[in-house]
Unconditional design. Structure first.
Length: 76
């Protein structure tokens, strides 16, 4: 059996992401809350969901909006 070690901290914070994308903290938090909701479908641990969401938002601030559009296409 494999044991996966999970750290509950992300390399990124909402404040850092706001600076990176030159946007407001509030806009980052809106995206982060969307991300946490999506990631909680995969884990019951809110801290893990938050870390995963922050990592995805570091790749692209609109990650979860784009994911939603893709999922809608496949449901049709």
């Amino acid at each position: 059996m494999y044991k996966v070690k999970v750290t509950l901290t992300s390399k990124h914070t909402p404040t850092e992401l706001a600076k990176k994308y030159k946007t407001t903290y509030d806009k980052v938090m809106v995206q982060l809350n969307k991300g946490i909701k999506v990631e909680k479908e995969h884990t019951g641990n809110t801290l893990v969901a938050k870390k995963i969401a922050l990592d995805h938002l570091a790749e692209n601030l609109l990650y979860y909006e784009k994911l939603r559009k893709i999922e809608r296409k496949f449901k049709k």
